[in-house]
Design a protein around this ligand. Structure first.
Ligand SMILES: Nc1nc2c(c(=O)[nH]1)N[C@@H](CN(C=O)c1ccc(C(=O)N[C@@H](CCC(=O)O)C(=O)O)cc1)CN2
Length: 283
């Protein structure tokens, strides 16, 4: 049983002592602590895992008493119980390898989450999803009326209120207003080692360029395509004799790994955002 505190604020002397002292005063025993200071930005980041059993107050009271402390620090912060099951929406188009990987990790219990729905602009993966007893929402995207599709998708997001939306090779660009409304809660797996090969068909372009490393990048989704804060990346060597199809095959392993790690770290409150950068307190 643990309680997770995640906080970022303008840097000053004594922050770690101040926050850990607050927790100690409320009986909290620290299990795991991460701290980073971005000296250039003058910004402090921490993640603290607290043994819930030792706390003298419940979560609402802890939040209530921490609020004035955090306000004085000018902090962005969250406190929640690690055991609270997180709600996730997964989105996919025509390539299902990342979806399949997430479904297996969920099915096996490795990812202890609630998959509230799988949304796709195609019907291909309805059988795979419904075989798991999960909700499959087909929202086709008419190239001549994309706003109608994204109005429906945003409606689903607002109804479900997910902790995380995963674009698992979802090949439609989300409108700026959807990115803004769900900022910091949408992850995309891009099939290249960003910042190389932004946009569509990165494997084909990588092959044409003759690269010797390909990769995948998991990043938060913003209105600027494939430019959001990067959570994780994975690379693999390729050779001159590999075809574009070989690059896609080799790249799929990178995509699955980078996405699965990023989903876990986001849901464990191990990721803190500051501007275009993500601070990731990895486990
Ligand atoms: N607002 C954002 N939306 C999306 C992002 C993002 O960073 N910001 N990432 C993409 C994923 N992606 C690459 O990883 C990607 C997907 C789609 C396209 C693209 O050009 N799509 C065309 C339609 C293609 C089709 O209909 O098959 C388009 O939307 O006009 C480029 C990159 C997910 N969304």
């Amino acid at each position: 049983m643990s309680t997770l505190l995640r906080l970022s604020c303008p840097d000053r002397v004594g922050l770690l002592a101040l926050i850990s002292n607050f927790i100690a005063q409320h009986g909290g025993n620290l299990i795991e602590v991460h701290q980073y200071t971005d000296a250039a930005a003058g910004w402090f980041f921490t993640r603290m895992e607290i043994d819930t059993r030792t706390l003298k107050v419940d979560l609402p009271k802890l939040r209530e008493e921490f609020t004035p402390v955090a306000t004085e620090l000018g902090a962005e912060w969250t406190i929640r119980t690690a055991e609270a099951k997180r709600k996730v929406i997964v989105m996919v188009s025509k390539f299902g390898h990342c979806l399949a990987d997430l479904l297996w990790r969920w099915h096996s219990g490795e990812l202890d989450i609630e998959i509230a729905a799988v949304i796709s602009n195609h019907e291909d993966f309805r059988p795979m999803v419904e075989r798991e007893g999960l909700e499959f929402c087909h929202v086709p995207v008419d190239p001549h009326d994309k706003p109608a599709a994204f109005a429906k998708i945003a409606e689903i997001f607002r109804f479900v209120q997910p902790d995380l939306i995963v674009l698992a090779r979802y090949m439609q660009i989300l409108p700026a207003e959807v990115c803004a409304e769900f900022s910091g809660r949408v992850l995309n797996i891009h099939h290249s080692f960003l910042p190389s090969f932004v946009g569509a068909n990165p494997y084909q372009r990588a092959w044409q360029r003759g690269v010797k490393l390909i990769g995948a990048t998991c990043h938060y989704v913003t209105s600027e395509l494939d430019a959001g804060p990067i959570v994780d990346q994975e690379v693999i060597r390729v050779e001159h004799f590999h075809t574009p199809e070989d690059l896609m095959r080799l790249g799929r392993d990178c995509e699955r790994l980078a996405l699965a790690r990023s989903v876990r770290w986001h849901l464990d409150d191990r990721v803190l955002l500051h501007g275009q950068r993500a601070i990731v307190f990895r486990d």
